[in-house]
Design a protein around this ligand. Structure first.
Ligand code: HSE
Length: 408
């Protein structure tokens, strides 16, 4: 009999309780035993909830119970999730998490503690919700050098951008809708400012390259400055706007990592990843391109990934899964200002704007805008620091830059 506990009875935690209970018999067959959900830790009361009898407010009840082998952490954030996870792993209990903030910030250390105590620390649900991506990257693609990973890693922002694009909704309405559906983080800042995508980029890069990539090293832009006008301009020109996490091996021991909105050609597979779906394109030196697609957020899709990890941990009680990466203070991320990209710019139209633009940016490709007071164009490939300097020059001529978005 494997007895488990859940810490955090929010959207994902309650989904895990449901899936474990509803699939109890099937899970039992898969682990060649039986599974029981013994405790749920939460500081809140849930009167009348079918799982009410399992609720506890005392973490030590779980920590000190020798019957508990596996603990699911769906609390989110680092406090108290970090201290709780550490204490559990030190006791040799396996921890399964959907908490990308914790893995992105303390993953290397927690994996080391798990290793030292012959426990498992598994986090499939931390990236891509219900999409299998951690295990494929760590196991199925292990024979490859990972050349690049890029994709849509945040369901909330993809849902918002899809609503803006498809239904012409305002950013605020689409965000409220995403929150009502339970996709957004408690504080939507993490979604809309790109921090959630950044954490997922860090987890994937750490796994792919074996060294911990910390979130503060990754240049991150969110979608709060994207306007309905940008979305329309992009559409008119054969593009959609997506928030992308991008990682690329650039030299033997360096990586490019960035989170930013990008104009993506409609013909790209990434452009057709809509709503709350995530899509991740992994390029390996042997396998070439592999695409992962599915629901990137939501109660049951995320619970699906968590419970799969519970099953895996239950099947590996006496041994350790080998997933790990090392802590490092080596600066292995290239400066984002050295990256070469094409840019979409939307600027206020003035009498001499086109001459000024040609003078400063060289060849550009104008795109149709239905706003008579503005010009929109796409530059040639430029090193970011040169583009910044050119934008400053344009502003100095009195022309306001209203939007600047990278092209994939
Ligand atoms: N808020 C996250 C998202 C949840 O929208 O993708 C899943 O990580």
């Amino acid at each position: 009999m494997v007895k488990i506990a859940i810490m955090g009875f929010g959207i994902v935690g309650s989904g895990v309780a449901e899936v474990v209970t509803n699939h109890k018999e099937d899970i039992g067959k898969k682990i060649c035993g039986a599974i029981e959900l013994k405790y749920i830790l939460d500081i809140r009361d849930f009167p009348g909830n079918p799982f009410e009898s399992k609720l506890t407010k005392d973490f030590n009840v779980i920590l000190e119970d020798p019957e508990i082998d596996i603990v699911v952490e769906t609390m989110g954030g680092t406090k108290p999730a970090y201290a709780f996870t550490k204490a559990l792993l030190e006791k040799g209990k396996s921890v399964i998490t959907s908490n990308k903030e914790l893995v992105a910030t303390h993953g290397a250390e927690l994996l080391k503690i798990a290793n030292e105590n012959n426990a498992n620390y598994l986090f499939e649900a931390s990236v891509g919700g219900g999409i299998p991506i951690i295990r494929p990257l760590a196991q199925c693609l292990a024979a490859n050098e990972i050349l690049a990973i890029s994709g849509i890693l945040n369901g909330t922002t993809n849902y918002i951008l899809t609503k803006m694009f498809r239904d012409g909704e305002s950013f605020e309405t689409a965000l409220a809708d995403a929150q009502a559906k339970g996709y957004a983080e408690k504080d939507p800042t993490a979604d809309i400012e790109g921090h959630d995508t950044c954490r997922k980029v860090c987890i994937l890069a750490s796994l792919a390259y074996g060294e911990h990539l910390y979130p503060e090293k990754v240049y991150t832009e969110g979608i709060t400055k994207i306007t309905a006008q940008d979305v329309r301009n992009a559409e008119e020109s054969g593009y959609v706007i997506k928030l992308l996490g991008r990682i690329r091996r650039v030299q033997e021991d360096k990586v490019f990592a960035m989170v930013s909105p990008c104009l993506v050609e409609k013909s790209s597979p990434i452009a057709n990843v809509d709503d709350v779906f995530n899509g991740v394109l992994v390029t390996g030196d042997s396998v070439d391109d592999v695409m992962f697609y599915g629901r990137g957020a939501g109660k049951l899709p995320t619970a699906s990934a968590v419970v799969a990890d519970v099953i895996d941990a239950a099947k590996h009680m006496q041994s350790r899964k080998w997933i790990s990466w090392k802590e490092t203070d080596r600066d292995f991320v290239v400066d984002h200002l050295d990256a070469e990209e094409r840019y979409y710019l939307r600027v206020a139209k003035t009498a001499n704007a086109e001459a000024g633009i040609a003078d400063i940016f060289g060849n550009v490709c104008y795109i149709h805008s239905d706003c008579a007071d503005e010009l929109a164009f796409i530059t040639e490939k430029k090193v970011a620091r040169n583009l910044e300097a050119e934008c400053e020059k344009l502003c100095a001529t009195g022309i306001e830059i209203k939007s600047k978005i990278r092209l994939l």
